[in-house]
Design a protein around this ligand. Structure first.
Ligand code: GDP
Ligand code: IMO
Ligand code: MG
Length: 425
């Protein structure tokens, strides 16, 4: 058996949550392997919208086990709030398991995140301020606290020692308005709530499940262009968001990886700062923002919008070894007479299909191919054969350029608004 992977190919918010929820029916385990509550994965079931930050998107499927893996960073406050919300909606939380080796986000990690952003002036990353960067820094700096530490007798002492370090560090940043005492109280209360869940040794658990023939899907957070190593550094997040991150994030060997579902919107968005070559910083961009309801699921910030960028997608398909492409938000292009698709970049007069070292180069200009839009409502079509010719031409163009098959098309936020094209098995 293999572990299939589902992840975002752009700058996040590609609609991963919706597709994981759909596919979860076919899996025994859904495992988050990186990131933390900077993620916001939206799922719409029977007209009700749910947003998950830490909990895997398989939680709405009855028999699925949801694993929060080693590579994830957990804020007990956010997680307890999510668990309570789920319980209020009569969702069973007993099948959510947490890796003992996952790191904890302390209130002072958020305080440091805010301080670090405030100190950057105009060069802000646009972080979600959920404490992600400082927590991963403590992990690699070998200072962090992990879920398994909660059960040890000197946990409080170690917490206080790390907090003191953070307070000293915070002095290098501008003053931040932060009620540490109140946040700390919530944090410890939330830890008690977290203890309702089973803590596991993630690597043994997932490898044993594989041996037993269980079907496993790893759920990515963020997007490949936000990867710490291969994204638009420094405007990235602090984890490896790529397929490679699954191995260290869950404790599994590379040869256990099976299919890789890459998710992209039919256009492109980015929230936060950093380069975005096909950005439409104009009326058209605003139109896309309104049609696509492009406002962050975690922070509510307006997302930047632009056309789909094929050199960018080809790069992330390569990095991830994508076997199946899923295109979401097809319905959001219903009203466009023409759809622009970036097919190469011109950099200081020279054409290239490769991403340069610096994507924000002043001399960089995307070159577009214009495709005919379908100019009709496709939201209720459920059979690919019934799709207008223009949709099929658009898909064929993408498949031919990207050299990977499209197997899913999403035409609305609801669970059912999905077309399976070809063979998923
Ligand atoms: P994620 O972080 O990748 O899970 O994506 P988000 O949940 O942050 O953002 C995707 C948004 O698009 C959510 O509001 C979804 O409900 C919505 N969505 C997903 N697929 C579609 C689709 O095919 N059409 C439309 N109109 N909305 C979609
Ligand atoms: P999902 O899983 C979109 C962006 C932030 C910021 C940068 C660094 O919902 O797709 P961080 O909080 O990690 O320090 O922020 O990364 N970012 C996301 N953008 N979707 C996400 O997650 C994101 N998680 C982080 O906006 O630019
Ligand atoms: Mg999101």
């Amino acid at each position: 058996m293999f572990i299939d992977v589902l992840l975002g190919l752009q700058w996040g918010d590609e609609g991963k949550g919706k597709i994981v929820d759909y596919l979860a029916d076919k899996y025994d385990l859904i495992c988050r392997f990186q990131g933390g509550p900077n993620a916001g994965h939206t799922i719409v079931i029977d007209g009700k919208k749910h947003v998950l930050h830490t909990i895997p998107s398989g939680v709405f499927r009855k028999n699925v086990i949801n694993v929060i893996g080693n590579g994830v960073v957990i804020d007990p406050i956010v997680m307890a709030r999510e668990l309570r919300n789920l319980e209020d909606n009569n969702i069973n939380i007993s099948k959510i398991l947490v890796a003992r080796k996952a790191h904890l986000i302390l209130p002072t990690h958020r305080y440091l995140d805010m301080g670090s952003e405030a100190s950057k002036g105009k060069e802000k990353i646009g972080s979600t301020l959920r404490g992600i960067g400082p927590t991963y820094m403590d992990k690699t700096g070998r200072n962090g606290l992990r879920v398994g530490d909660i059960e040890t007798p000197d946990f409080r002492k170690r917490y206080e020692s790390l907090r003191s370090k953070h307070i000293s560090l915070g002095k290098i940043y501008p003053d931040i308005d932060f009620d540490l005492k109140a946040e700390e109280q919530k944090w410890f209360e939330s830890l008690e709530y977290l203890k309702k869940l089973d803590f596991i040794d993630c690597s043994y658990y997932v490898n044993d499940a594989l041996k037993e023939g269980k079907k496993i899907l790893a759920e990515g957070a963020q997007g490949s262009m936000l990867d710490i190593d291969y994204g638009t550094y420094p405007f990235v997040t602090s984890s490896n968001t790529l397929t490679a991150g699954v191995c260290v994030g869950l404790g599994v060997a590379p040869q256990t990886i099976g299919k890789v579902f890459g998710i992209t919107k039919s256009y492109c968005t980015r929230v936060g700062s950093g380069p975005f070559p096909t950005e439409l910083d104009n009326e058209l961009g605003e139109e896309l923002r309104q049609i696509g309801a492009e406002f962050g699921a975690t922070t509510g910030r307006p997302r930047r919008t632009g056309w789909i960028d094929l050199p960018q997608l080809k790069y992330t398909i390569m990095l991830n070894g994508v076997s199946d492409l899923c295109i979401t938000k097809m319905d959001c292009l219903n009203t466009f007479k023409n759809i622009e698709v970036a097919t190469e970049y011109k950099i200081n007069g020279t054409s290239t299909k490769s991403l340069p070292y610096n994507l924000s180069d002043d001399g960089l200009e995307p070159i577009y191919t214009s495709l005919k839009g379908w100019d009709q409502d496709i939201n209720d079509i459920r059979d690919y054969n019934q799709m207008p010719k223009e949709v099929k031409d658009y898909i064929k163009f993408l498949e031919s350029y990207l050299e990977v098959k499209v197997t899913m098309l999403s035409t609305g936020p609801e669970r059912e608004a999905l077309i399976i094209k070809g063979d998923l098995s």
